[in-house]
Design a protein. Sequence first.
Length: 394
Amino acid sequence: MKHIRTFGAAWIAAVSLAASAGAAPVVPRTLALALNKAQAAYAAHDYSAALERLHAIQRQGGLDAYQDYLVERSLGSVAAAAGAYGESATALASALHNSAGDPRAVGALAATLVYDHYQLRDYAAVIADARTWSAQLQGQAQIRPMLLQAYASTRQCAALDQLLGRGSRDPAGLASLAACYQAAGDARAEYAAVVRLLRVQPSAQNWKIALALASREKGAGDRYALDLLRLRSRLGLLDTASQSMNLAMLELEAQDPRAASSVLQAGYKSGVLGTGAGAPRQARLVKLVDARLAAQPGQWARIASASRTEQLNAALAMVDAGQVAAGLTLLKKAEGAAPLPDADLVNLRLAQSMAGAGRIAQAHAIARSVALHARGTLRDIAGLWQVALDGVRP
């Protein structure tokens, strides 16, 4: 810590101030000389000798409050430099309570006291120090990371969140916040912290954590598999053959063979598909998708007499294929007079189809609406789609 190295020069300044008229109580010449010898040892990095000289002054006794303050302040700075953080903390705490005669030194003393307790991993004391001397520590940037760690280690997540601030762009701080809420068992707050972290540090790992948190509720991974895998695909995070195959089959179930074909083509291009023991099965799926794709125009021509679910799926597939006007018209017809039981999910999938058609602004607006009005897992997944549509990618 930089401030520790500045104390030595301050010793002589304090003695000089003490000797000047009215600036501070007079320091006896013998004490000034003893302090100067300790300072010389300190400047030579002979911390053991400096500590011994200061201990000798204490053993002699006969010091008034101000003189004791000078010795304790010096002892604290030398002990900190020597790595004796416990002794430094004790000395500095005493000096701070006797510092009325030298108020200009309080900020530096308090900063070193915080540092001592931080090195001792006494995080409760770090927090207490920062609160006690908050006014004097203003503007000392080295305090903030120590206080962030202290709040995280003591699971004072709300205080950590407040210190970071809502607009924080500190990836380490936001990662600590997410870890704090995880340790506290607050999955909802952990998810919110990870989403904030994504906007600052959109790494593949952070995206995978966010996707896992969004699907944390029992059964969510199966119910919303299509939405999660589509998001992985958009982010370039389909890492395995099984993920690509599962998404392609889910697209077929959703009556969107064109999207299934795109997934398979991307898988073959990246090398995820087409090799190993699963290659024959993957080739059979390609043939099935091609057959469904060839039959799709005829199915769309007869869609007016299809079931409501088939019409919804066909409408979304039309939008995804760029036939936005026709798809929206069919979607409106499929919705009919009766409300949809899964209207938020249909709207989220409409956002995905709009994104597939390149209508990003409209897709973003729809995803945002779902994130505002839906509940639970669907709200969280819609929120992640909103982040992805903002262009936040690994």
